[in-house]
Design a protein around this ligand. Structure first.
Ligand code: BGC
Length: 267
């Protein structure tokens, strides 16, 4: 069984990576962070991801999970709100193979962080529907039901009161628009009440850097659903990416073994 995998989290300001212990859901060694290149084109970012892996001498066969702040369907980044627009339509796996020589599992950043919170963090052992939101430059979301991730939910872009709501309620917008915590909490109230109405979740988990200050805004929210801060903070993306990459590698190995068996039985 694979015990370790590598995770890389591509964000607006930094590309971060670390080796992950898959049983414990913990970093092995010190995380490496390289500032996100400007402009953050796919090629420039892929080269930085290569440097992050080189820093750890990641062996070629090791599962590598890579997150991007975009929905990723069958390896393709569909659209991107907060990085260079040229990411839209990029095959992330092909890109990484070309520029780093590594095969990667590509996934959405909030999906990775959310899955890590469910496996190892604030939502560990919670049954039913968990919605993890990451409040950063944008709003990322992960929808997990009984441990099963429904990828690419993109609930940060829900339209409310005529706005793509991440342009109103993300943490980046709080800073940009100079909102006090109580002013921001009013927008969060609107946002989480709406999600609550749509999904009847059992738990909300709030991640992103600002979750460090959760005591300044979470107590101001009035919801039926419990809402708690993330536990893994800025480690969640990397841990989730590595975990999901290891799972994908396992599934692929099983499929290949089945196909090989089928082939021999036919010969
Ligand atoms: C993107 C999501 C991403 C979130 C957090 C949004 O703008 O559309 O894919 O998860 O930001 O980075």
């Amino acid at each position: 069984m694979v015990k370790q995998a590598f995770g890389i989290d591509v964000g607006g300001s930094g590309v971060k990576g670390c080796l992950v212990d898959l049983k414990m859901g913990k970093f092995i060694g010190e995380r490496v962070r390289i500032p996100t290149p400007r402009p953050a084109t796919p090629k420039a970012v892929a080269e930085v991801c290569g440097q992050v892996m080189e820093a750890f001498n990641v062996p070629k066969g090791m599962p590598v999970g890579l997150t991007v702040p975009a929905p990723v369907k069958h390896n393709i980044a569909l659209f991107i709100a907060n990085l260079d627009p040229s990411w839209g339509g990029t095959d992330v796996c092909e890109l990484m193979k070309t520029h780093t020589g590594h095969s990667v599992t590509a996934l959405n950043d909030a999906d990775a962080a959310g899955y890590a919170e469910v496996m190892f963090g604030a939502a560990k052992g919670v049954k039913g529907t968990v919605i993890v939101t990451t409040l950063g430059t944008g709003i990322g979301t992960a929808l997990v039901h009984n441990g099963m991730l429904v990828p690419n939910t993109e609930l940060g872009h829900i339209e409310l009161d005529g706005y793509d709501y991440e342009t109103q309620a993300s943490s980046g917008q709080r800073t940009k628009q100079g909102l006090s915590y109580p002013q921001w909490a009013e927008r969060l109230q609107r946002y989480y009440s709406h999600l609550e109405m749509l999904f009847s979740p059992d738990l909300f988990v709030v991640g992103g850097g600002v979750s460090r200050d959760h005591d300044k805004f979470l107590p101001l929210l009035d919801l039926k659903t419990p809402i708690i801060p993330a536990a893994l903070r800025n480690e969640a993306g990397i841990i989730g990416a590595a975990t999901l990459a290891a799972q994908a590698a396992k599934t692929q190995a099983k499929t290949e073994a089945k196909a090989a068996k089928h082939k021999t039985s036919k010969e």
